[in-house]
Design a protein around this ligand. Sequence first.
Ligand code: 4NP
Length: 157
Amino acid sequence: MTSSCAVLFVCLGNICRSPLAEAAFRQEAKKRGWDIKIDSAGLGGWHVGDPPDVRAIREAKKQNIDITHYRGRKVSTQDFTQFTHIVAMDNENLSRLRALSPQNSTAHIALLMDYVPNKAGQEIADPYYGNEKDFDRTWEQVHEGAIALADHLEKQS
Ligand code: 4NP
């Protein structure tokens, strides 16, 4: 059942892509009336405790979503048993997640774009060194991915 799903979005810093993916998916889950566990985390530890990047905050605001209260955290071993789905933004995230995955992991690990028909294997490019246009593109991608993931979870239930 969708209500027993728990979804974790993962990128490198947990300040650009995964907070935007979390925001897009929270919005989609709310639309569908789901009350499920949703979070995001990073593989690097540089931004633990930090709010998202100001450009990600601005991008979310453009979509009428407030993410100023989100705080960065690192992926932990417990995440692999506490979340049913761990969703990576790019292939490097994916291989690092697989390497970190403990033997008792129960999480399904995949790329966000794997859920989008005809876009399996595609990455969400890191906008950290980019500009506003890159963040617009990130939003478009994570929004498309969030809807496709929600559709997938609904079909699974
Ligand atoms: P994110 O972008 O993985 O989408 O949050 C990055 C943010 C920070 C860094 C790298 C990527 N960093 O190296 O600090």
